[in-house]
Ligand binder design. Structure first.
Ligand code: ATP
Ligand code: MG
Length: 229
């Protein structure tokens, strides 16, 4: 009788400890397995939860070391079509958007380089800075569909694996035979920076599509006609 009582009394104490030890091991294993650098390029005018959700989905699905939200200096396909916020303002908003989010960082590489922003230049720079790190170019399905219009587009597949982030069930990107491709699905976040700028122009709140620290940055910089009251 005594041994049975003893066993039942210690079981509830030992089980959680074993589970915790197991979790520690799993986290250690995951951090040592994580490798590769994700790059989510964009104008981020303003950054929104769709960008964050896409970057985070890829970080987790591919077990990358980190994902850079790379702020374009002069997005040449947008210049001339609409007014753009200054690169420094877009960088500050993007920094505010990723602050405190594990695995996500901001890069000012393209702003420091200056001039029109071509992804090929950024990939070449990252590759020569660290030839051993595999690069993952992350694109929403809409952006992937226009890849062939990019500067020196035929050279891009030699530098990175393409990651197409697809909203649930969506497969809009054409077949891209020259690329090594990963597809990552994410919950649909049906918002764009264009819609958000139009919200601001109409006096509609940017919350909850834009994180609060970004909204504070917008207000303090007086962007999109919004200012601290
Ligand atoms: P704009 O309306 O000014 O074009 P945007 O919201 O589309 O802005 P971009 O800077 O053009 O943002 O996009 C950067 C990257 O983020 C692209 O690869 C794009 O496909 C992706 N992206 C943008 N919005 C979303 C979203 N809601 N969900 C998932 N990915 C997105
Ligand atoms: Mg866009």
């Amino acid at each position: 009788m005594f041994p049975r009582l003893w066993v039942t009394s210690v079981t509830p104490v030992r089980l959680p400890e074993e589970i915790l030890l197991g979790l520690d091991r799993t986290l250690d294993e995951m951090s040592s397995v994580r490798r590769g650098l994700g790059i989510l390029g964009g104008t981020f005018d303003p950054p929104h939860i769709g960008h964050i959700a896409a970057a985070k989905a890829v970080f987790e699905a591919l077990l990358l070391e980190r994902v850079l939200l790379m702020v374009a200096n002069e997005p040449w396909q947008k210049v001339g079509h609409r007014p753009l916020s200054a690169p420094e303002d877009r960088l500050a908003m993007t920094r505010a958007a990723v602050k405190g989010i594990d695995g996500l960082e901001t890069s000012d590489l393209e702003i420091r380089r200056g001039g029109p922003t071509y992804t090929i230049d950024s990939l070449e720079e990252l590759r020569s800075a660290d030839p051993d790190t595999e690069l993952f170019l992350i694109l929403g399905a809409d952006a992937a569909a226009g890849l062939d219009t990019w500067h020196r587009s035929s050279e891009l597949p030699g530098l990175a694996t393409l990651v197409i982030v697809e909203r649930d069930g969506e497969t809009r990107a054409e077949a891209l035979p020259e690329w090594s491709i990963e597809r990552v699905s994410m919950p649909q976040v049906d918002i764009s920076s264009t819609e958000l700028r139009s919200f601001a122009a109409r006096g509609v709140t940017l919350s909850p599509y834009v994180p609060e620290p970004v909204i504070a940055e917008i207000a303090s910089r007086g962007l999109y006609g919004l200012a601290d009251s």
